[in-house]
Design a protein around this ligand. Structure first.
Ligand code: DGL
Length: 276
């Protein structure tokens, strides 16, 4: 029995799509979620800057003596995970490898469309790992920064979101793909809009959310460490680096927890880390 919490980190509310999977698979665990909403979007920042600011977030939540942390952000997973693993001594689980495993297994015609941030697309990590698993698979990637901001503004499931998604998907019109990878954690929050668009277009596309395999990866890690928190009513502590009310409204919209369990607290990272 290990009561220590699991850290979950994203630039904003997108990581809630991963948190939802974790809560479903491992409901007894305690989680500390931090969304760095003051500094998002991460997807247009430099690699060096992403390393620094993601490290600040993990450092802040690590004061709680974590047993593991999940980087619920593809952008950070793409360019900063080695840096974070070097810096912290608890297991750090990322989302890219789990996503590539799923995508490779699911595609039948070996054509995968991928949507992500600029940083993730430019890093080429998905292409690299998918290519290592199956060199015959063709991947076409598109950065969708406007969709990140739209979802962060609360429009994942409405008409505003749908229009932006439909527009971005046109990029793949001449690509006969059977699989779409949500290589940004914000995008699964808009899953219903994607499904409806494909249905209207009469198109069958597998939607790959790396969160599924990421949750299994965490389960494996806890099993190896014999660190499950059995017989416990798990809870989530939420931190945001900007307005807590705004974060709460969005979390209520996107998170599977009931609203009474969502009470985000604002943290000023500079101050909090200076004090340590
Ligand atoms: N949700 C993040 C990801 O998975 C990034 C969004 C952003 O801050 O640009 O890549």
């Amino acid at each position: 029995m290990d009561k220590r919490s699991i850290g979950v980190f994203d630039s904003g509310v997108g990581g809630i799509s991963v948190l939802n999977r974790l809560l479903k698979l491992l409901p007894n665990e305690n989680y500390i979620y931090i969304g760095d909403t003051a500094r998002m979007p991460y997807g247009i920042r430099s690699e060096e800057n992403i390393k620094k600011i993601s490290s600040d977030c993990i450092e802040f939540i690590s004061k709680e003596n974590l047993k593991a942390a999940v980087i619920a952000c593809n952008t950070v997973s793409s360019v900063a995970v080695d840096h974070l693993r070097d810096k912290f001594d608890f297991p750090i689980i990322e989302v890219v490898t789990p996503g590539t495993v799923d995508a490779t297994e699911v595609t039948k015609n070996k054509k995968i469309a991928l949507i992500a941030t600029d940083v993730t697309v430019n890093s080429g990590v998905y292409e690299k790992y998918i290519g290592m698993r199956d060199p015959q698979i063709e991947v076409r990637s598109l950065a969708c920064p406007k969709l990140v901001l739209t979802i962060e503004a609360g429009h994942a499931l409405d008409e505003i979101g749908a229009e932006i998604i439909e527009d971005y998907l046109k990029f793949f019109d001449d690509f006969d793909y059977d699989t779409l990878v949500f290589a940004c954690t914000h995008f699964p929050l808009a899953r219903k809009n994607f499904k409806d668009i494909y249905e209207r277009q009469n198109k069958e596309v597998f939607l790959v959310d790396p969160a599924y395999n990421t949750a299994l990866e965490l389960e494996k890690t806890l099993k190896n460490l014999d660190a499950f928190n059995e017989n416990n009513q798990g809870k989530v502590v939420f931190y945001t680096t900007s307005d807590p009310n705004r974060f709460r409204q969005l979390a209520i919209k996107y998170c599977r927890l009931s609203p009474d369990k969502i009470s985000p607290v604002t943290v000023d990272l500079e101050k909090a880390l200076r004090k340590k």
